[in-house]
Design a protein around this ligand. Structure first.
Ligand code: ADE
Length: 250
């Protein structure tokens, strides 16, 4: 299980406030967990702590040199660690990938600027991860996104009522709809079943709402979902209530 995350960046000041606030701060106080940001510049042993240079062959922009990153990795890596480069060219972040990565004890995350690292760095990392098909100015937000998604999977980090097992995507489905007081707002009522006190019906309503939301917003997830008999019935019921067509998945 994950105990340590080190993020290498040229902008630790962007990362640190997030690591030391809210759930990530609480997780570090309560658990055997250490999250840290390191400035790659501190590993540049030249006069001005310069970390970049112009690209061979000519191109706009500067490229982060191998030497300071190599030094940083040599200092920070441990035997059991996985080194991950955040890049739009990486494997797309998903819940299954999070479940896999959280099993590692120590992750070293490299946040660079797009096309900003010397490409030989790829020989020194275990994998590349992307947070989606869009380009950000740097890997800092992706590194925090990944860290946040992993930490909330650790046992005891979330309270019971915020449990990760209830999250969207945890079981491959989106969340069910939630409501709070008042019971009637404008012309919209909270579904009767939720105030009925009938636990079995409430449980079935939540599954139905979760299946319905996934059908509505992420049908691609539903196509891969291994339906139980009860789920099949509830989705059928959702379609009838919504006046939709017959459900005829496998
Ligand atoms: N750096 C810039 N854009 C990124 C993305 N989409 N994923 C990971 N790292 C990035």
């Amino acid at each position: 299980m994950l105990k340590r995350v080190d993020i290498l960046t040229l902008f630790p000041e962007l990362i640190e406030p997030y690591l030391t606030s809210s759930i990530l701060a609480r997780a570090q106080q309560r658990q055997d967990l250490n999250l840290r940001a390191h400035n790659i510049r501190n590993f540049a042993h030249n006069k001005h702590h310069q970390v970049d240079d112009t690209p061979y062959g000519g191109k706009l922009g500067m490229v982060i040199q191998m030497e300071p990153i190599y030094q940083a990795l040599a200092t920070i890596k441990t035997k059991a660690c996985q080194t991950i480069l955040l890049t739009p060219a990486g494997e797309k972040l998903s819940m299954p990938l999070c479940h896999e990565l959280v099993q590692h004890e120590h992750l070293v995350l490299l946040s660079g600027h797009y096309e900003g690292f010397d490409s030989r760095l790829l020989n020194y990392v275990d994998r590349c991860v992307s947070v989606g098909d869009y380009v950000l100015t740097g890997g800092e937000l992706p590194a925090l996104t990944l860290t946040d998604a992993l930490i909330r999977l650790l046992p005891g980090v979330l309270g019971n009522d915020e449990s990760a097992a209830m999250d969207s995507f945890y079981n491959g489905l989106l969340d069910w709809d939630v409501f709070t007081r008042p019971q009637k707002f404008d012309i919209f009522n909270v579904p009767d079943v939720l105030v009925s006190g009938h636990h079995q019906n409430i449980k079935r309503w939540k599954i139905k709402s979760s299946l319905g939301n996934t059908w509505r917003y992420r049908p691609d997830l539903l196509a891969r979902h291994p339906f139980s008999e009860e789920e099949r019935d509830l989705l059928q019921q959702f379609f009838v209530e919504e006046d939709k067509y017959e459900f005829n998945s496998r």
